[in-house]
Design a protein around this ligand. Sequence first.
Ligand code: NAD
Ligand code: MG
Length: 388
Amino acid sequence: MLGATGSIGASALDVIARHPERFTASVLSANARVEDLIALCRRHRPAHAVIVQPERYADLRDGLAAAGLPTRAHAGPEALAALAAGPDCDTVIAAIVGAAGMASTLAAARAGKRLLLANKESVVLAGDLLMSAVREHAAELIPIDSEHNAIFQCLHGQAADLGRVRRLILTASGGPFLNRGRAELAHATAAQACNHPNWKMGRKISVDSATLMNKGLEVIEAHWLFGMPAERIDVLVHPQSIVHSMVEHADGSVLAQMGRPDMRTTLACGLAWPERVDSGVAAPDLGAIGALSFQPPDRATFACLDLAYAALAAGGTAGATLNAANEVAVAAFLEGRIGFLDIPAVIADTLDAADHQPAGDLDVLLAADAAARAHAAARLSRQAGAMA
Ligand code: NAD
Ligand code: MG
């Protein structure tokens, strides 16, 4: 469980704990929150726990010992990748936020694990490389992002046959700022952006949902996961978040997957697939919900969606650039250093300045990621200077 202390981590551990005869959480990881990680170790008794920040290692080791737990303590990103690839697990839940999840996600794919993939940023950064690793090492990738999990289910876990499948339709809730105009969004705060109407998620993905960058990242993710060309991936706003996505077939038949907006459903699907187990989530009460509605996204106001399509069209390292600029901009917005509408501006500027390369190997992608972070950060500090 990569990212055990996060929102996806909590949902995954909830499902795992419902089926002790079937699932055991053998490795838990967190970035820096040692106390939270030790609390999870008390409850789930994994064989290994990893704290990624090395300076927190002694706290983890001593805390586990003080709690009388047999769990072995580890620290650092190398330990994380080694455990993800090692013999202590057959399934890896990749739920670290951001490009920081890339190395461990890739390590799990290269070790041929069943990979429950929530960490969409690693697909946006290195989709081609990750999918090649999955194929070469016969890993079993099951998407956990609810839209992609819906498509996976509509395709019955098979690859998308481009002759039979005409389009993928990703649904978007529209986030907390649905139907708002630019004038209102100029003063949107981090607290407002993180107050999602349907989903309880980490802060970074909550801001991505508010800007529609989340949907943009998901378009790129769908392209890589299902081998679908960009012009055959559409986005439809569906404020109720009950239809999680749809697959349109050559004969005009559209299959949709429905469920409550609760990630335990997709995690249970991934953990048990092709079987089905209780996730603790009831089915949606369609009679009580009454109506499901759909509308096109407002692409002019929420410019991040088209920036993602542009990065996908540019190809190569452009996805890495888009993702890195977005991570820097969202972190600055969460810290109150820039406004909500500055997020797409920073990303557009970084994409314009970048020299997109073919995504040959990991080094090229990581260089594009680093260059984009440096460019976006420099732009932010110029902006701060201008504001002061
Ligand atoms: P979160 O912020 O709640 O949790 C993030 C986890 O990653 C934490 O356990 C944290 O310790 C760990 N982490 C953070 N930085 C790290 C680093 N540098 N190195 C190692 N570990 C680090 O995030 P979340 O909402 O659980 O989202 C996790 C991932 O799943 C994201 O990629 C997100 O886009 C994706 N996702 C989340 C949801 C959701 O409902 N929350 C839905 C779909 C996809
Ligand atoms: Mg999603």
